[in-house]
Design a binder for this molecule. Structure first.
Ligand code: PLP
Length: 389
């Protein structure tokens, strides 16, 4: 298999948020490195899968077929060594965020606590707040090299607050950690001790290059029955605009509660073309994802080397997965407003403001490096100029 990740193409004018909806900048030519999708073409075997379905001229009501479940089961077996998955454990869901909303409604009441590691994915805060639940932050600890879960703080938070759900982002958006199995087991044990249901958002599971991703449910022991795991092919194959995801739930009762809530919305029916995209992606995508991870690992190493040489006052923790780089601007001596101004207006590089990544994001920015290397290099050069002139 070959694929040219260096190829760039014009995404403007497609309504894509990343390029068409950038925040205002005084710079005439902005370079978006923010929202988490990729500037790589969706691989041809996925598009061909959709084209094949288009040859049949009727798109009436339908349900996901056995092929859908088989493709997911095979993917999890091949990529993560999971051999316990059965069709009845897999629940089609429109989106991962929609699944989180459902989980909050099914598992918690207004005012109940939801534990989240911070810095964390901005939409976690949005969704917890929209549903009037209490966000309980468990700040990650930076040991000078990588971010780690502060288990003492986590236990204290579980003891002090009415936490009913722990929302676990694995691998982590935004700090790029691929959690070690031991860390995940310790996390699960604490949740079990405090009777907390786990919602494991594993949408980034396919992006691991520092170490292998461990699905939380595989090491949860008997607590697996209190775990909802969330997956999608949308990040991996750049399909977010097609909208598709699925939950994995082993406990029959919990699965029914979850399914019933989704059914009652009448919004949660699968799209025929999205299903074909998932099937083709999962049936044929393994070698492509390996190439993708290799390219992203090289982009991350390139970014790290560039910053060390040209902009050492901006520090980064080397990601073990995802395509997000957590940049720490503290040593520049600038305020958050000045940092944002230099990025957006001087460099014309659009990054995510660290403050939106819930807590612990002050003086930090999140950078998306899922782009051809020359664009990543251009972004870094622009930042270098903006912070050294
Ligand atoms: C951790 C995490 N969960 C969920 C999503 C969004 O998933 P979906 O588009 O399926 O709602 C993202 C997108 O960036 C994400 O980073």
């Amino acid at each position: 298999m070959s694929y040219d990740f260096n190829k760039s193409f014009n995404r403007k004018g497609t309504g894509c948020i990343k390029w068409d909806c950038c925040p205002p900048s005084t710079c005439p030519q902005v370079l978006p490195m923010w929202i988490a999708d990729m500037d790589f073409e969706t691989p041809d075997f996925v598009i061909q899968g959709i084209e094949e379905r288009l040859k049949h001229p009727v798109f009436g009501y339908f349900r996901p077929e056995q092929r859908f479940y088989d493709a997911i089961i095979q993917w999890h077996r091949d990529r993560f060594g999971v051999d316990t998955l059965k069709p009845e454990h897999i629940l089609y869901q429109h989106s991962v965020l929609g699944s989180i909303a459902t989980a909050l409604e099914v598992l918690t009441d207004k005012g109940d606590g939801v534990l989240v590691q911070t810095p964390g994915y901005a939409k976690f805060k949005e969704i917890i707040t929209q549903h009037e639940r209490l966000l309980v932050a468990n700040p990650l600890h930076f040991d000078g090299n990588r971010y780690e879960i502060d288990f003492e703080d986590m236990e204290e938070k579980l003891r002090k607050h009415p936490v009913k759900v722990a929302l676990f982002c694995s691998p982590s958006n935004p700090v790029g950690r691929v959690w070690e199995t031991d860390e995940i087991i310790r996390y699960v044990k604490l949740c079990e001790k405090y009777n907390v249901t786990i919602v494991a958002d594993e949408i980034w599971a396919d992006f691991a290059y520092g170490r292998k991703h461990t699905p939380l449910h595989t090491v949860a022991g008997s607590w697996r029955n209190r775990v909802i795991s969330l997956y999608a092919p949308t990040k991996t194959f750049n399909l977010a605009g097609l909208v598709i995801s699925y939950a994995v739930i082993f406990d029959e009762g919990l699965a029914k509660q979850f399914q019933d809530y989704g059914d009652a919305t009448h919004y949660n029916n699968c799209n025929a073309l999205s299903m074909e995209a998932l099937i083709s992606a999962y049936q044929e995508g393994g070698p492509w994802v390996d190439l993708l991870n290799g390219y992203l690992a090289d982009n991350a190493a390139f970014t790290e080397a560039f910053l060390k040489e040209h902009l050492p006052q901006v520090r980064m923790a080397r990601p073990e997965g995802t395509y997000l780089i957590w940049l720490d601007f503290r040593d520049t001596g600038y305020s958050m407003d000045e940092i944002v101004d230099r990025c957006v207006n001087r460099a014309g590089v659009i990054l995510n403001n660290g403050r939106t990544c819930i807590d612990s994001g002050d003086l930090c920015m999140r950078m998306n490096i899922a782009a051809p290397r020359h664009l990543v290099e251009e972004g870094l050069n622009r930042l270098k100029q903006a912070f050294t002139e």
